[in-house]
Design a protein. Sequence first.
Length: 478
Amino acid sequence: MSFRINTNLNSINSLRNLGMTNIEASKSMNRLSTGLRIQDSSDDPAGLIFSESFRAQISGTEQAIRNNQDALNFAKTAEGALDEISRLMREARTLAVGSGNNATLTSDQKGAYQTQMNNLLSSIDRVANNTQFGKIKLLDGSSGVNAVVVNATNIASISLGGKIGTQSITADGAVTVNVTTAATKASHSGTNAVAAASLAAYQAAAVGSAESFSINGVTFSVGATETWGQVAQKINAQSATTGVTAETTYGGGNGNITLRSTKYGANAEINLVDATGVINSAASSNSVTGVNAVATVTVGSLTGVTFTGGQVGSDGLTMTDANGNRVVLTEAGNVTGSVTAGQVQVGSSTFQVGANAGQTETLSLGSFTTSALGLTSIDVTTAAGVSSALDAFDAALDDLNRRRGNIGSFMRNTLESNIRSLGISKENLSATESAVRDLDFAEEMTKMTKYQVLQQSGMAMLAQANQAPQQVLSLLRG
């Protein structure tokens, strides 16, 4: 047995254990104060990943429930207006039946019937044209205009609202895109012509002196022994930051470096500051941009509208009009000329009803104006006119009732059912996430009690260990 006072191993050991107990006690207090078993990734890395993915699903499901409720209100607004149109049509049909009683009516009385008929038809148009959900018209045929790309080689995507220019899109039709100006990338050919026997010789040739230049704010330093091929590689390595690539080119016995933006349009810039003459033959600066695509877009028989690329910071291939409609060209489609790009379907509204991609449902509304319902040129002043009017109203009511039934089925069997299903899904997702993330208070209180006892005993043992070296004093007294 030996006695040492400079290094008290018992004290060090007690202090280490007490420190570990304090850390665990602190974690336990944090868990008890927040109610969470996992507060950061160090508590349970795998559990955190699992829990966060479920949290994303839960929040997405909550939003999907709200989306379904919005869709339900959307459909109810349309259904309420259609109920009023149905009432007006029934009343108008009754007028037609009354006006058909020729033996008891004078010409003035028949004229009164026609005047009232005209008012009812005008009211049907008023309801169809003015019914809105927020600012979205529902029953005039412009609600939920969906554009489908039919030429994926030339067109990346099409997104159209209810209007193109000042014209409402109220009928199905082809979308034609006539590109009048093709988009270009910004490009700058360096003027530093380096004599070489071939492209490979130019790429292998040394720069010859230490130089530097900057592209779009990023500085590049070049050593004297670096080759022109390595200069191009340096620029390309930073293309994600600068938005510029470099290419070694050769012609006429000379090689040079050509810079090109990675994107199309006027928002894709090359700002070169060549203070010592590396890319260029002398100290200089250059600023060049690309060109935005311009096209005339036509929907069906409507007048063509100009779409321009590069608006609000977008790529030069992404063309928009004043209404926010969008047509995106592919690189293959970035050539002047006219192509059939897509097909428009009107009166079809798409709703995101689930928490994941592709979980959408579509409700077809269409137009309910008198012209769309076949209620034009209604004349109840003659027997033949009354007969034609009754046939027209019967056909229109059958069509209206069928479409109202489709809306009702969409509300009942799609939206309301989906809301119930999503509610159950959210409940079970929340239960699973809670099992991973939330704290079991009874279990944690048991641990906390253990740590409190260990803290007290650890303090006592540390005090005992600190007193142990004093036993050496008895040897000195002896």
